[in-house]
Design a protein around this ligand. Structure first.
Ligand code: FA5
Ligand code: MG
Length: 416
């Protein structure tokens, strides 16, 4: 039933994504609903909670890792297209042909050659090949998943990569090496390390990686944050870990990370280096930081949600307050101010005293000075919302009229 109600792209021969024509085939499974999330870029939208968290994370890396001249070592890529190849999302990361993460049931495929990236890790290999040593990749990722309080098919990730050569891993020692002699980079190794790496190099990198991420968690959540490391597996790192934090009485996975598979570096032309990498979910961070209870809220255009995050101090403590489930109703009011003795706060008080609890927000949206008369007019936007029911436009209009009348009587304004 569910499947038959989905638009049938397989019947189409062509599909257009970001103005590019693709040939549809039996892999094609993106839907118009999913494609409508492209180019929205919540992570760079001013004042969006995901953007606040992104800035805090980027600032942390900028200030933690600096060159001897004080410049940031990490560069940031936050506008790479989510439209990627199979090569980028899987092959370049050594994800095996038969790995479950490649399944049609898990990814949004454009066709057999292209998909919407399932992780921002899709770009790590190409950026290393381009010559970068330390970078962050930030963007929207797409996965076929259920929709509930913590899962949404589109979410945002930050990937980080730091690759180092022998002298930056061992700055004070000319003898210690990154690589074991005579060990092929494809040898399996152990859970502790890849066969090609020396134990001392891996241990130093592990320490560097874990302290970077622990300190990030402390920076965001405070020094009292409880955390733990869990060993895990990724096809592109070995060894691999997950960082969990204790939040709202449960352990929550924040990120995955590990020592990069040497084969990836070799294929990207950086085989002389050893690297660490991680991937974090931005929604996870924001939900914990701001107590946002439902992942769908990030997509809300409701100003009752968005306005709670308007701040020019990205480290401001914000504790999200639930908004009503009933829809907003917005009405504007414009009037000429009296010649003297007017303040916007008088109007705000008046609106609240007449509208009561169904007033959710009042904001000055426009100010205009008449070029000849010099008179000033204000336009205010009033957002109405009842906590227990859906307001009808008629009900709102009546209250809006009462507010107009009171403003004329009590504040001496002239309605435009
Ligand atoms: C990855 O995506 C790896 N690419 C991460 C990585 C990068 C590991 C580099 C090693 C080196 P995973 O699927 O576990 O791994 O997702 C990483 C993070 O994204 C999770 O820890 C979580 O914070 C977030 N995440 C994953 N799935 C969801 C989801 N459905 N909704 C919200 N956040 C999610
Ligand atoms: Mg995971």
């Amino acid at each position: 039933k569910y499947l038959s109600s989905m638009p049938n792209y397989e019947a189409k021969t062509e599909i257009i994504v970001n103005n590019i024509n693709f040939k549809a085939d039996n892999f094609t499974n993106v839907t118009p609903k999913i494609l409508s999330h492209l180019n929205i870029n919540l992570h760079t939208k001013k004042y969006h909670p995901l953007s606040l968290v992104r800035q805090r994370l980027v600032n942390y890396f900028y200030k933690t890792y600096v060159t001897n001249r004080g410049n940031p070592i990490f560069s940031v890529y936050d506008n790479l297209s989510p439209l990627v190849t199979i090569e980028q999302n899987f092959n370049s990361l050594l994800i095996p042909e038969n790995h479950p993460s490649r399944a049609k049931s898990d990814c949004y495929y454009i066709n057999k050659n292209y998909l919407l990236r399932a992780h921002t890790t899709a770009h790590q290999s190409e950026l290393i090949r381009a010559g970068l040593n330390a970078f962050l990749i930030i963007g929207d990722v797409y996965r076929r998943d259920e929709i509930d309080k913590t899962h949404y098919p589109v979410f945002h990730q930050v990937d980080g990569v730091y690759i180092k050569n022998r002298s930056s891993v061992f700055p004070n020692d000319d003898c210690l090496q990154l690589f074991e002699k005579g060990n092929n980079i494809t040898s399996t190794g152990t859970e502790q390390k890849q066969a090609c790496h020396t134990l001392e190099a891996v241990k130093l990198m592990e320490y560097d990686l874990k302290s970077a991420l622990e300190n990030l968690a402390k920076e965001l959540f405070g020094h009292g944050i409880e955390y733990r490391w869990v060993e895990t597996y990724f096809p592109f790192t070995q060894p691999s870990w997950e960082l969990e934090i204790f939040h709202s009485n449960q352990w929550m996975e924040l990120l995955g990370c590990g020592i990069m598979k040497q084969n990836i570096l070799e294929n990207a032309g950086a085989g002389d280096n050893i690297g660490w990498a991680f991937g974090i979910g931005l929604e996870r961070l924001a939900m914990c930081l701001y107590n946002i209870p439902d992942i769908r809220l990030f997509w809300s255009s409701d100003t009752g949600f968005l306005n709670q995050f308007i701040t020019d101090n990205i480290s401001a403590k914000i504790n999200y307050k639930a908004i009503s489930h009933y829809p907003q109703c917005t009405n504007d009011i414009s009037f000429w101010l009296p010649r003297n003795d007017y303040s916007s706060n008088d109007f705000y008080d008046l609106v609240r005293s007449i509208g009561g609890d169904i007033i959710e927000q009042v904001s000055l949206v426009d100010e205009f000075c008449h070029p000849k008369s010099g008179r000033i007019s204000h336009c205010y936007r009033i957002v109405y919302r009842h906590m227990e029911k859906t307001l009808t436009q008629d009900e709102v209009n009546k209250i809006h009229k009462d507010i107009e009348k009171a403003a004329i009587d009590q504040l001496n304004v002239t309605i435009r």
